[in-house]
Design a protein around this ligand. Structure first.
Ligand SMILES: [Zn+2]
Length: 456
């Protein structure tokens, strides 16, 4: 695909009523959804009842979102695990004492693949919850030009994992998922794509990149010959890195969209403008941000960075209320320069546990990666941050391994180094020591490439 400058189709809210509301009206409406949800969780879950009783504030005391944001964090992954241990012991089910419905009403449960500790059954839904959530996926597919009757290659870790819930949304839109477990391997995935001729695909950005390299060898054709008209990627930094977006779009010959579950998706613009938050009736996202270290609320304005505190409206089984997600995002409040969407947009910066503190400033490894990746093809885009001691506090200088590009003439490394350091200084507020590495020498994982090399 030739990347000509075009005007992107405007993203709209999933519920069209929001398109005619001001930000203030949406905020006020969310306040009412919040009050309703707080009363619901208080009545129906032991966990939330205990939480409110502990802090001595009750749902009827909370009149506004601003007041709500002053409350302490209710839950995080660890507290959730504890609530699930408790419900296993007392009630014989794994969903947690924060479950607000009867366990009999659950139609789907999905865990996070959790690299550490027990998996958590965070994505647990009733039939009504699924019906409610499906509309967001259908809306996104519709925006990407995927219509009823189409087929869609869906290649993630299937089964108990959270991503499987997306399959309900795909089917509800009248689209047939060709769901090939990612563990079946690249050859099977490509083979199914070749046989079923899907018009769109969903996978992680690293898998999309991996298939570009593997397709000619495994099926004797390029991924561009699969005939996809849209690709949807989820997880990782992915297409927030311009080089990755361009590489995937050029190879597949179609637009790639980035999405955050039901919360939103990126627009049909040549340049990446973040995930457009189309679901103000589903959650407070991204209006409740806190400082990753102090957990104190941060004022929402254009460009602000913070950790997402999740609070969900309308869901009945396991709605999250003031849940510290650990995800750090940057919020944009101005109209999207690509498509004109008027709501909020976010760019994911990484995890709060990845955050480094260097001379008092918060530094996100993913921000460093993005700045470096902009120098492609002089670099490959692969980096590793070398940690001599446990994070987050770093004694400067920060050491960063960077791969120079495949066809880069090493004689020009000193000049390149100066450019990279200057860019990191102005864009990521860090002045590191660069350790140059040969292209391809830093291992690239298919699921999640590590950002750190730990030497402690
Ligand atoms: Zn846009």
């Amino acid at each position: 695909m030739t990347l000509t400058k075009s005007i992107a189709k405007q993203v709209t809210y999933t519920d069209a009523n929001f398109n005619h509301m001001t930000e203030e009206e949406i905020y006020e409406y969310q306040g009412r959804l919040l009050q309703k949800q707080l009363r619901y969780v208080y009545r129906n879950s032991e966990f939330y009842r205990r939480k409110f009783n502990e802090i001595g504030v009750y749902p009827e005391d909370i009149k506004t979102i601003d007041q709500f944001r002053q409350l302490p964090v209710f839950m995080n992954k660890e507290i959730e695990r504890e609530a699930q241990r408790e419900s296993r012991a007392h009630f014989g089910h794994p969903f947690g004492t924060n479950l607000c419905s009867s366990p009999d009403e659950i139609e789907f449960t999905g865990t996070t693949s959790g690299t550490s500790g027990d998996p958590t059954f965070t994505y647990t839904f009733t039939r009504g919850d699924l019906d409610f959530l499906n509309r967001y996926i259908a809306h996104m597919l519709d925006y990407g030009g995927v219509y009823p009757g189409d087929r869609l290659l869906f290649s993630h870790a299937l089964g108990i994992y959270a991503t499987s819930s997306i399959l309900w949304g795909i089917r509800s839109h009248g689209v047939l998922p060709i769901d090939v477990d990612v563990r079946a391997g690249s050859k099977m995935i490509l083979k199914y794509a070749e046989m079923t001729k899907p018009s769109a695909a969903m996978m992680t950005p690293s898998l999309a990149e991996h298939l570009i390299d593997k397709a000619p060898e495994l099926i004797g054709k390029s991924v561009g010959e699969l005939g996809l008209s849209a690709l949807f990627t989820v997880g990782e930094l992915g297409i927030g890195i311009p080089e990755v977006k361009q590489k995937i779009e050029n190879a597949y010959g179609c637009r790639v969209y980035d999405y955050l579950g039901e919360l939103g998706f990126s627009c049909d613009s040549d340049e990446y403008h973040g995930v457009h938050c189309v679901a103000p009736d589903l959650s407070l996202f991204p209006t409740d941000l806190v400082d990753p270290e102090t957990k104190l609320p941060i004022e929402i304005k254009d460009g602000v960075i913070g950790e997402v505190i999740g609070t969900e409206f309308n869901l009945k089984a396991l709605p999250r209320i003031r849940y510290a997600t650990g995800d750090v995002v940057q919020v944009f409040t101005l109209e999207c320069p690509g498509c004109g969407f008027k709501g909020k947009r976010v760019k994911v910066l990484g995890r709060s546990d990845d955050m480094l503190i260097i001379k008092g400033a918060n530094v996100y490894p993913s921000a460093i990666k993005k700045v470096v990746a902009n120098f492609f093809p002089e670099v490959t885009g692969e980096i590793r941050i070398v940690l001599d001691n446990p994070p987050p506090r770093i004694i400067p200088p920060l050491k960063v391994k960077v791969e120079y590009g495949y066809s880069f003439d090493k004689r020009y490394l000193p000049e390149l180094e100066e450019k990279v350091i200057n860019a990191l200084h102005s864009e990521a507020r860090v002045t590191p020591d660069i350790i140059w590495c040969e292209p391809g020498s830093l291992e690239k994982a298919m699921t999640k490439t590590p950002l750190f090399e730990k030497r402690y």
